[in-house]
Design a protein around this ligand. Sequence first.
Ligand SMILES: Nc1ncnc2c1ncn2[C@@H]1O[C@H](COP(=O)(O)OP(=O)(O)OP(=O)(O)O)[C@@H](O)[C@H]1O
Ligand SMILES: [Mg+2]
Length: 246
Amino acid sequence: MQTVAMGLVPAVQAIDLRKSFGELHAVDGVSFELAAGRIYGVLGPNGSGKTTLIRMLTGLGRPTAGEARVLGVQMPSRTNLARIGYMTQSDGIYPELTAAENARFFGAMYGIRDPDAAEAALAVVELSDRAGALASQLSGGLRRRLSLACALVHRPPVLFLDEPTVGVDPALRAQFWAYFHELARDGTTIVVSSHVMDEADRCDELLFMRAGRVIAQGSGGELRARAGTSDLEQAFLQFSAQGPAA
Ligand SMILES: Nc1ncnc2c1ncn2[C@@H]1O[C@H](COP(=O)(O)OP(=O)(O)OP(=O)(O)O)[C@@H](O)[C@H]1O
Ligand SMILES: [Mg+2]
């Protein structure tokens, strides 16, 4: 951990990572090193491989080839379980449990005994007043909030968020992002996926994905400058036309 904080070991690393489903190369040779305490946005259209990539980084998906490392440890890794938070694209919460029970359950799964941890996580996403509600009875946006609370109840140093703000209203979306920045300032590394560009500038660095490959990586400003456009959407199209990143 110390060496990660000192920047000697990348917080998250992909080494020629590949995942194929039959003939389909969902992730087709992705390599990168992500530093601790930064927010990385994985951006790409539907089907470009974002979720497949994130699943391999969390250790849930087995690579066809290559290697994923988190905090210097090859994934999947039992020791890394408690050091990773993962908010899935489809809410991974239990519909038959209440909001509070879900948060407590995820905390317990990560070995958290502090009874206040679940409450604190619910407070962050402004769900305290719905703590006793069954997850199945929450609206879609409220379920996204609960999913986020469950992903960070154990305060992991590395957080993977798969389209966390889809279905979340604009006011809370802004709060989510403020909170992500707060976590990053405290040293948490955040990998967040999206298929919309309007959130890209909230990330420190972007990875543009297309057809299973990272076609460009850099800050929003850098990518705009390299593409010669002020519009990230345009920049993406330009990098797409150029093919994989050098
Ligand atoms: N279990 C699976 N079996 C077969 N194909 C799969 C499987 N999971 C993903 N794929 C395929 O791999 C490709 C990448 O899918 P993935 O879910 O990673 O994309 P994504 O970038 O997350 O898309 P979205 O923005 O829609 O969430 C798609 O063509 C998808 O259909
Ligand atoms: Mg996805």
